[in-house]
Design a protein around this ligand. Structure first.
Ligand code: P6P
Length: 339
């Protein structure tokens, strides 16, 4: 106990990011500044979401986005906040957002930088009216083109090439969870001082998984292999695990719980459809990167997503992420029944 009565040091996210930067080869201050700006965006968005029911910012705009989903007013606020905090810093060469069909260029009057930022500004926003946790998800790559305005190839990179990824979840508390490839750390916002303080250092999936998470209302649409896997889960995993089922319907909340409790989160592709639902670049890759950094495994049902080369900004894919043995069990059922 020191003279001020503190048992241990106070770690703000700014201090933590600076310490992370020292471990990243040839890292410049650009990444540090970018992560700090994302944390600021999180504080600004949190200030709106925690009073969505009061302010006139709840509800739909009447528009539909590139995904064909009803756009919520808070979606737009979150998207614009992330754009306006990052368009002029000279750290990015381009951005990609769930809310924009095309790659977002840096305005001509500003410099282009070395990084690309992809984000889902407000994942789970259809749940806002029910006071369910929502959040901002982000992926950061280093550009692959030499200079100038960012190109699509700067954004279409595999999970393996992620420089940093994370999310801010607006729930019973506001938390920012991120990784630069050296493990996963969680910070809780102290609204009284406006600081994210380290609250969940070095997050690792517990070896004993606690919850499985999938929308079993889609069971009739699944393939034989996925149905067999779902049956295995519902019938108690042949006694190998003692898990409960939890499904919030907000990926950020379901995966945040997964990181802390262990288990599996899965969103299969319907047998009759040509594509799945969840987006690869700004939902699956960043959340999967964190799960992998926390000791888990991320698959599309056939194999690891780690090296899969995205071919479109809004590409969708089936996903199974969590404790490795649970994910590999899904792969085994799919291989046995669907191949
Ligand atoms: P369903 C939210 O709309 C979202 O994109 C993810 O956050 C979530 O995991 C999924 O869709 C929920 O989809 O079909 O189960 O309601």
């Amino acid at each position: 106990m020191n003279t001020l009565g503190f048992d241990d040091k106070i770690v703000t996210i700014e201090r933590h990011i600076q310490e992370q930067q020292k471990q990243i080869p040839h890292a410049t201050g650009q990444l540090t500044g970018l992560l700090q700006d994302i944390a600021l965006a999180g504080k600004m968005i949190a200030s709106r979401t925690t009073r969505a029911g009061l302010a006139e910012i709840i509800g739909a705009t009447g528009e539909t986005n590139v995904q064909g989903e009803a756009v919520q007013l808070l979606d737009i606020y979150a998207h614009q906040t992330l754009f306006r905090l990052n368009d002029h810093t000279g750290r990015l060469c381009a951005m990609g957002s769930e809310e924009e069909e095309e790659l977002i260029q840096i305005p001509d009057q500003y410099d282009n930088g070395d990084y690309v930022l992809l984000f889902d500004p407000l994942d789970g926003s259809s749940n806002i009216g029910y006071n369910v946790s929502v959040g901002t998800i982000f992926t950061i790559f280093r550009r692959v083109t030499p200079s100038g305005p960012g190109q699509l190839e700067d954004a279409l990179q595999p999970m393996r090439r992620i420089v940093a990824a994370g999310y801010i979840v607006y729930g019973s508390s506001t938390m920012m969870v991120y990784s630069c490839g050296n493990g996963v750390d969680g910070f809780t916002l102290d609204p009284s001082v406006g600081e994210f303080l380290l609250s969940h250092p070095n997050i690792k999936l517990p070896a004993e998984p606690k919850y499985w998470s999938g929308n079993v209302s889609y069971y009739p649409t699944w393939t034989k292999g996925v149905k067999a896997y779902s049956d295995w889960l519902v019938n108690g995993c042949e006694g190998q695990y003692n898990m409960s089922m939890r499904y919030i319907g907000s990926m950020i909340a379901d995966v945040h719980r997964l990181l802390l409790s262990g288990g599996i989160f899965f969103y299969p592709q319907e047998a009759a459809k040509t594509q799945a639902k969840l987006r690869l670049l700004y939902e699956i890759l960043p959340m999967g990167f964190l799960v992998r950094q926390a000791g888990g495994y991320v698959s599309n049902g056939d194999g690891p997503i780690w090296d899969i080369q995205p071919d479109d900004l809004h590409q969708r894919m089936a996903v199974y992420m969590g404790n490795r043995d649970l994910v590999e069990k899904a792969e085994a059922f799919i291989a046995e029944h669907d191949k």
